[in-house]
Design a protein around this ligand. Structure first.
Ligand code: AMP
Length: 231
């Protein structure tokens, strides 16, 4: 118990140090991550474990979860895990989905939006970075949209595709085909570290990768709000 407390204290000291350095150097600091993930849990237990491990790591690092507000599937699993470990959660759900995705009432902050467009804009505005865990077409649509905003220079917030169990391999293959056939610039897929889309196979690498990406940005890059005319 005491050792645990000391370890937590040490991690917090490290975090405070990173935040203080970012503050004095005028660099950005990772305070929130928007997680896009399935409204189902998937068939392989690795997906559930990934959501739990990421939720725990976010709570421990003091990074707020921003997500779609539901209590079902991987969405519910990650939100409950963050809360159970003392972290903060902002749920953003459109009125018409409150019942269908069984809104999680225990969240720290709940925002109910008029429609899906407002939900996506609000998720963008509240987040410093974006992660896609495994999911269905809703997850795919959300992460691809945030990539298109970056491609059109509307924001520089980092985007990470968490390729758990090789789930996104075929999407990566499609992106590669797009670059090979001249439809997508190679640099966009992270060939240069300052570009927004990154890929990770391991949950443990997600937070450090995003912290490093965010620390390379000027603070105002995270203050960007969603472009009204992009949706
Ligand atoms: P799914 O990945 O299909 O399980 O959906 C995951 C999340 O994406 C849920 O919160 C859905 O409400 C949301 N979603 C579904 N369709 C869309 C869409 N067209 N645009 C944005 N989000 C969506």
């Amino acid at each position: 118990m005491a050792a645990d407390k000391a370890k937590r204290g040490k991690a917090r000291d490290g975090l405070t140090l990173v935040r203080w350095r970012c503050h004095i150097e005028g660099m950005a600091d990772l305070r929130s991550i928007c997680i896009y993930c399935g409204a189902n849990a998937g068939t392989d237990p690795q997906y559930r474990e990934a959501a739990e491990n990421l939720g725990r790591a976010m709570a421990k690092a003091g990074i707020r979860l921003v997500y779609g507000g539901g209590s079902v599937g991987l969405m519910g699993i990650i939100a409950r895990t963050v809360l159970q470990h003392g972290g903060e959660v902002t749920g953003i759900i459109p009125q018409f989905l409150k019942d269908r995705e069984v809104m999680l009432k225990e969240v720290s902050e709940l925002i109910v939006t008029e429609d899906m467009h407002e939900r996506k804009r609000t998720m963008f505005d509240h987040s410093d970075a974006f992660v896609a865990l495994p999911g269905g077409i809703g997850t795919l649509e959300e992460v691809v949209e945030i990539m298109t905003w970056a491609q059109l220079d509307q924001h520089e917030k980092p985007i990470l595709i968490a390729n758990i169990n090789g789930f996104w391999d075929s999407l990566v293959a499609l992106f590669e085909r797009m670059t090979d056939d001249g439809f997508l610039h190679k640099a966009f897929l992270g060939a240069h570290v300052d570009l927004p889309v990154r890929f990770c196979d391991e949950v443990e690498a997600i937070i450090p990768t995003l912290q490093e990406a965010v620390a390379a940005l000027p603070r105002h890059a995270l203050e960007a709000t969603s472009p009204e005319d992009m949706i």
